[in-house]
Design a protein around this ligand. Structure first.
Ligand code: TYM
Length: 344
């Protein structure tokens, strides 16, 4: 990709991340992203949005989309995002996301997008039938981030490649328009044992909203019995848990359950092994189920309570959109001038 000189960005530090409203949120979304949002909101100005423009890269029922946006917003709030501290909004409320994405479509190279593995996974064998939006999706993601000149982006590991593309787009824009440091080169924040939560049915594939088996994931809205059942049925092997982390190599399911326990308990995987070494899954799984129920159960209940008052959720999104606009409008006005548009 582009040669990037050190970037002299000197603006304020900001956190930004987004979640697509395309299905129930699961433990992977929670540990890979939501938990980090909650922590970071007290460290830097934080912008968290529901990516409804991204959602329509694949067909969404227009009668349901708004409700899906409210559900993700309820999940943010139930997890602990404080709308007075963090700016929570819907992507479609700020049309500048799409406008900046167009400018970036003309900065990014086809060769860069051709390398995106998520497009290959999602488009499958028939890429000529995928929407153009699905192909250009990572460019819109770059616009989401850079419209707010975000410096830190908490995401799961599956988004790392999109963050690299964002840095390349920022670097090429700054270089081509001779504005060094105009856009920051944002850092992905992916650390921690929850960065890549795997399916409960197969330790080699990530936990995902689109997996046809509901037993592959724990949803934020699952009740206690369902969570316990899913943990009980999770695929494992016959060996007891080892003393050393290295001994989990080649045991992806065991590794995944230990990582989930660690992330939910706020421990390191080594500490979890310290507690459970020598025990089999017959003993470990009930402990994991109890832990998952104690962390996730209250979140589901709080989501249901919040969703009973959609007007309040809309009020929060409206307030967040106003605060987001205060950053997005001036950035886009500067970009129009830099690019030389007549309407700049
Ligand atoms: P999305 O909606 O697929 O997922 C939301 C967040 O959850 C993380 N995640 C996981 N983390 C750990 N283990 C898993 N199994 C797992 N599955 C999902 C994702 O990494 C993500 O952080 N393109 C983004 C949404 C987006 C965005 C942005 C993110 C749009 N614009 C700008 C950051 C900045 C997506 O589809 O995430």
């Amino acid at each position: 990709m582009t040669d990037q000189a050190p970037n002299p960005y000197a603006g304020p530090q900001r956190v930004l991340s987004g979640v697509q409203p395309t299905g129930d949120l699961h433990l992977g979304n929670y540990l890979g992203a939501l938990v980090k949002f909650v922590r970071l909101q007290h460290e830097m100005p934080t912008f968290i949005f529901v990516a409804d423009l991204h959602a329509i890269t694949e067909w969404q029922d227009p009668a349901k989309l708004k409700g899906q946006v409210r559900e993700i917003t309820a999940a943010f709030l139930a997890t602990g995002l404080d709308p007075k501290v963090a700016t929570i909004f819907a992507q479609s409320a700020i049309p500048e996301h799409a406008e900046l994405a167009w400018v970036f479509d003309c900065v990014a190279r086809v060769g860069w997008l051709d390398r995106m593995t998520q497009f290959k996974d999602k488009a499958g064998k028939h890429k000529e039938r995928a929407s153009v939006g699905l192909y250009a999706y990572p460019v819109l993601q770059a616009a989401d981030i850079l419209l707010y000149k975000a410096t830190h982006v908490p995401v799961g590991e599956d988004q790392k490649q999109h963050l690299e593309l964002t840095r390349d787009i920022a670097g090429k824009f700054n270089h081509d328009f001779e504005r060094p440091g105009f856009f920051p080169l944002p850092e992905p924040l992916t650390q921690g044992p929850g960065a890549r939560v795997m399916s409960l049915r197969d330790g080699q594939v990530k936990m995902s909203k689109s997996d046809p088996s509901d037993y592959s994931r724990i949803n934020l809205t699952d009740d206690a019995d369902t969570i316990a059942q899913k943990v009980k049925k999770a695929r494992t092997d016959a060996e007891p848990l080892p003393e050393q982390l290295e001994a989990l190599e080649g045991r992806p399911e065991a590794q995944n359950l230990v990582a989930i326990y660690a992330a939910l308990a706020g421990l390191s995987p080594a500490q979890v092994l310290g507690e459970f070494a020598g025990q089999g899954f017959g003993a470990f799984k009930p402990k994991l189920a109890d832990l998952a129920v104690s962390v996730m159960g209250p979140i589901g209940a709080e989501m249901r309570r919040l969703l009973a008052d959609p007007a309040e959720i809309d009020r929060i999104l409206g307030d967040g959109a106003e605060r987001a606009r205060a950053i997005a409008t001036p950035t886009m006005a500067e970009v129009r001038k830099i690019v030389g548009f007549w309407a700049g």
